[in-house]
Design a protein around this ligand. Structure first.
Ligand code: ADP
Ligand code: ADP
Length: 230
């Protein structure tokens, strides 16, 4: 059951950089795909096209049967179905963890405060921060902030989660706590596309590893195939 279908995707930035040169990839429901490749190879650009943060110049992307077009209705539907977590946690600094999580459900889904807070509390529990709902981002460690960012994305009940180097900005001792949350999500059957340098995560958690280089997918395979190569 293919949930993400990218066909010959080309992305050219305004400065003329061809960041994606014809990327095709089918991702199945419940699959965990890790994308690796050198800096500048187009990993982040590809991830952002899947969430419609970047529009594409050629090709076609279909998410859960919805084709990405410039149509606003489609964009809003896609943003609800596809959650994204960034390297910099991007929490609103003037809102508590609880308020960061309830904001989108209340504004976009018109949920009541009570209902949104009930869902948010469950998500805070799930990421191990059940007692930190009242904390502001500045009062949380990087690892805790990133777990709030994951909870915030999950609050929209996405079918797909995109992670763009989610642990790259973290101190080493906090990487594990974020990867553990991601592992649990994977086990629960979430479809995930993850750009990361964490080879342990790629080897243990992913179903497939995709290599990008210079705007192309140059290789892919199951972790056991990739890591058995000399
Ligand atoms: P990666 O995530 O693999 O490091 P990126 O997708 O960030 O690669 O970048 C791919 C190429 O596109 C790089 O050459 C980068 O400099 C360029 N690029 C990325 N974002 C932009 C942008 N907003 N405007 C212009 N060029 C960009
Ligand atoms: P990443 O960590 O994904 O490789 P970068 O550090 O390359 O990201 O880029 C940070 C930001 O700058 C991104 O929003 C990216 O889109 C933008 N960017 C990257 N390269 C360029 C570029 N050559 N021209 C304009 N913007 C760029």
């Amino acid at each position: 059951n293919v949930i993400i279908k990218a066909e010959n995707v080309v992305k050219v930035y305004h400065n003329g950089v061809r960041a994606l040169k014809g990327v095709s990839l089918d991702i199945y429901q419940g699959e965990v795909v890790v994308i690796i490749g050198p800096s500048g190879s187009g990993k982040s650009t590809f991830l952002r096209t899947l969430n419609h943060l970047e529009t594409i110049n050629e090709g076609k992307i279909t998410i859960d049967g919805i084709e990405l077009t410039h149509n606003k209705t489609n964009i809003n539907k896609i943003r609800e179905e596809v959650g994204m977590v960034f390297q910099q946690f991007n929490l609103f600094p003037h809102l508590t963890a609880m308020e960061n999580i309830t904001l989108a459900p209340r504004v976009v889904k018109k949920m009541s405060k009570e209902e949104a807070e009930e869902i948010a509390q469950k998500l805070l529990d799930r990421v191990g921060l059940g007692d930190r709902g009242g904390s502001y981002p500045s009062q949380l460690s990087g690892g805790q902030q990133q777990r709030v960012a994951i909870a915030r994305a999950l609050a929209m009940k996405p079918k797909i989660m995109l992670f763009d180097e989610p642990t790259s900005a973290l101190d080493p001792e906090m990487i594990g706590e974020v990867l553990d949350v991601m592992k649990t999500l994977a086990k629960d059957g979430m479809t995930m596309v993850v750009v990361t340098h964490e080879m342990g995560f790629a080897r243990e958690v992913s179903d497939r590893i995709v290599f990008m280089d210079e705007g192309n997918i140059v290789e892919m395979g199951k972790p056991e195939e990739i890591f058995s190569n000399p």
